[in-house]
Write a protein that binds this ligand. Structure first.
Ligand SMILES: *[C@@H]1O[C@H](CO)[C@@H](O)[C@H](O)[C@H]1NC(C)=O
Ligand SMILES: *[C@@H]1O[C@H](CO)[C@@H](O)[C@H](O)[C@H]1NC(C)=O
Ligand SMILES: *[C@@H]1O[C@H](CO)[C@@H](O)[C@H](O)[C@H]1NC(C)=O
Ligand SMILES: *[C@@H]1O[C@H](CO)[C@@H](O)[C@H](O)[C@H]1NC(C)=O
Ligand SMILES: *[C@@H]1O[C@H](CO)[C@@H](O)[C@H](O)[C@H]1NC(C)=O
Ligand SMILES: *[C@@H]1O[C@H](CO)[C@@H](O)[C@H](O)[C@H]1NC(C)=O
Ligand SMILES: *[C@@H]1O[C@H](CO)[C@@H](O)[C@H](O)[C@H]1NC(C)=O
Length: 365
């Protein structure tokens, strides 16, 4: 009788022991808000103190302004509006106001800039960097020259956008001669400071079809590709930019794993991947698991049998941890993961095989 009582006491006392401070810091307390408007906010991101990883200015702390309709999610200390966060891709989409230069007499070589708006974006000190893979720098309007510098004021990249007369249009899009130009963004970039200029008033070469304003912005390349063919905006507008984020308090996986208390990949069935942009690492669920690798038990088994479109099975589907089996119905065999992959077991042919099996050795004699 005494032994179970002791065990019960032990169990109770263990369950009320608070987790070690460092461990507590790397996990969100329960009750944190995980949604702002339509945007979900998974850990390591969080809304408000204590709900995110790292320091307040590290980029994982977000603010949700419910006074706005729709509610507006921003990166605390930076102010960038967040439109989406992806854990598996380790990306975030934020909005950037386009920069512009507008002229008083478009088409007139003597036209002067009447309004200039150059909108920088600073990420330095945060977990974010501009995505070199998914974002690009674009200028639209003609004629215009646009470039941007980094936080130290050094030139990064830029391009020149001119309009050929439309009857002389060359094939392709956003090539620099069609009122649009683009350039790629280097890895490791944390500051974007655009500058707009023009060469109006210099040569008639550049003055075919000039526009009232020239714009420049960094932008999600896919978004621009879809919007670009009919990109015709006037006034002020914002565009989506893709950022890469990573856990940057360790240079990479090996170093992070040497400090288990601070290691961000908390879930079983999670893996550590080196950051593809800048120092640090990201976590992902292993194959067959999905969810949040940054929280304990965050990666959960995918029930492949419930997602036949993604994991086709035309036979008997049985989910297993991290995988699934798909077998042909009884009385048939083959590959049940392909349409018409199962063939009925043919009694006649198996009988024939049996006959041949007996007959062949017989033929030797
Ligand atoms: C939120 O999602 C709903 C449904 O998809 C959509 O109608 C609505 O416009 C979205 N709101 C915002 C702010 O994106
Ligand atoms: C994480 O895993 C998902 C699904 O397996 C995959 O699509 C994604 O590319 C992975 N992310 C990275 C950064 O490798
Ligand atoms: C972007 O433009 C909007 C509307 O013009 C303005 O309210 C907002 O403050 C601007 N954002 C930044 C970061 O300048
Ligand atoms: C970002 O860079 C600017 C200028 O280089 C600097 O003044 C600022 O302190 C930096 N911010 C952080 C968080 O490092
Ligand atoms: C300017 O562009 C417009 C719209 O693309 C086109 O209709 C017009 O012909 C162009 N003008 C010249 C001089 O190329
Ligand atoms: C751009 O849009 C404005 C109004 O939305 C329209 O008046 C103008 O003709 C359009 N220009 C082109 C070149 O499509
Ligand atoms: C069944 O077909 C799929 C798709 O072609 C293939 O990937 C898989 O290896 C096949 N399985 C067997 C057991 O042959």
């Amino acid at each position: 009788m005494e032994v179970p009582w002791l065990l019960l006491c032990l169990a109770l006392s263990l369950s009320v022991v608070p987790p070690a401070a460092s461990q507590r810091q790397q996990q969100p307390p329960p009750g944190c808000r995980r949604r702002c408007g339509n945007v979900t906010v998974p850990y390591p991101f969080g809304i408000g103190a204590g709900c995110h990883r790292g320091s307040a200015a590290g980029g994982f702390r977000l603010r949700c302004d419910d006074a706005r309709r729709p509610p507006r999610l921003t990166v605390s200390g930076y102010g960038h509006e967040v439109a989406a966060i992806s854990l598996p891709a380790a990306e975030a989409t934020v909005l950037l106001n386009a920069s512009r230069a507008c002229y008083d007499r478009p088409g007139d070589p003597g036209g002067r800039v009447v309004s200039l708006r150059e909108q920088p974006m600073e990420l330095n000190g945060s977990a974010f960097l501009f995505s070199s893979m998914k974002s690009k720098f674009v200028s639209v309007g003609c004629p215009g020259v646009a470039y941007f510098t980094d936080g130290d004021g050094y030139y990064v990249t830029g391009c020149m956008s001119v309009c050929r007369p439309s009857e002389r249009a060359l094939p392709g899009s956003c090539r620099g001669d069609d009122g649009c130009c683009q350039s790629t963004i280097p890895l490791g970039l944390a500051s974007y400071r655009p500058h707009l200029g023009s060469f109006r008033g210099q040569e008639t070469t550049f003055l075919a079809n000039s526009t009232a304003c020239a714009y420049a912005f960094m932008v999600d390349a896919w978004w621009f590709w879809f919007a670009g063919s009919h990109f015709n905006r006037t006034g002020d507008f914002a565009v989506p930019v893709v950022l890469d984020w990573a856990i940057r308090d360790a240079p990479g996986c090996a170093a992070a794993q040497r400090e288990p208390d601070n290691y961000a990949c908390r879930s079983a069935h999670s893996v550590c991947l080196e950051s593809s942009n800048g120092p640090g690492y990201v976590c992902n669920c292993t194959d067959g698991y999905r969810g949040n690798p940054y929280v304990v038990d965050g990666c959960t088994d995918v029930d492949e049998c419930q997602h036949r479109d993604e994991f086709p099975c035309y036979g008997a589907c049985v989910n297993t941890p991290g995988s699934f089996t798909c077998t042909c119905p009884k009385g048939s065999s083959g590959n049940a993961t392909i349409l018409d992959g199962c063939r009925p077991d043919n009694k006649f042919s198996s009988a024939l095989k049996a006959v041949i099996g007996i007959a062949v050795p017989g033929m030797r004699f």
